[in-house]
Ligand binder design. Structure first.
Ligand code: MN
Length: 227
């Protein structure tokens, strides 16, 4: 087991948000399940390419951008995303926005899926969803609409804002809700690389199928976390 993987496992056991603690040089975290675990909803080849190639590229590009910015190497991933405006040159700022975002978003995405999904929220999150959206089905409908309307590449999210209110929103490219001072609870990657091999142009089918693999235990933890 790699030191970094062991570190993440220990932090997770301790209930510490491992993502918050991660720093340069960044590495792609191992998937918490096998490549084929989310079949038939997310196919094995997509998981392999998405995790091993796409996520790796964000990490490589982030490390490359930070190579020339020693001051930023000491900062955490979350700090970088929350302080994009304090990053000195525009080239570095854009590289960090895209690739720190890509790294954070994907690390989050692997965790928010599970082969043993409970299919619906429970606990405090279930109550908050019902209070905010009327019902779980009404929430899903609104989230699906948000995910479908992302033009080009981006993400759909359920977040908690600083006042504690649940919000459904989307981000373009690899922009992360972390940069907007929001706490992501669940997030769906709607870049074509996330679904094209199996679903081609049928993004709505991918979105519908994705609900079968949402990790609601993790969502409940995210809801209670203070990133
Ligand atoms: Mn992706």
């Amino acid at each position: 087991m790699q030191i970094q993987t062991l570190f993440v496992a220990i932090m997770t056991l301790l209930g510490v948000n491992a993502l918050k603690a991660s720093t340069y040089p960044y590495t792609v975290p191992s998937l918490p399940y096998s490549y084929d675990a989310l079949e038939p909803h997310i196919d094995t080849l997509t998981m392999k390419i998405h995790h091993d190639k796409h996520h790796q590229t964000y990490v490589d590009n982030l490390n490359e951008a930070l190579k020339k910015a020693p001051d930023l190497q000491k900062k955490s991933l979350v700090w970088l995303l929350k302080n994009l405006d304090s990053i000195p040159t525009s080239t570095t700022k854009i590289a960090v926005q895209n690739n720190a975002g890509g790294h954070w978003n994907h690390s989050f995405f692997w965790q928010i899926m599970s082969p043993t999904s409970k299919k619906k929220p429970h606990g405090q999150l279930e109550k908050a969803i019902t209070n905010t959206f009327g019902s779980f089905d009404a929430f899903k409908e609104q989230f699906n609409a948000e995910a479908k309307k992302v033009f080009g590449s981006g993400w759909a999210w359920l977040c908690r804002n600083p006042e504690g209110t649940l919000v459904i929103m989307s981000t373009k490219n690899q922009d992360s809700p972390i940069s907007q001072n929001l706490i992501p609870i669940i997030g769906l990657d709607v870049w074509e690389h996330a679904y094209y091999l199996k679903y081609q142009n049928k993004r709505p089918d991918y979105i519908k199928s994705w609900w079968n693999v949402v990790n609601w235990d993790q969502a409940e933890k995210n809801f209670k976390s203070k990133v």
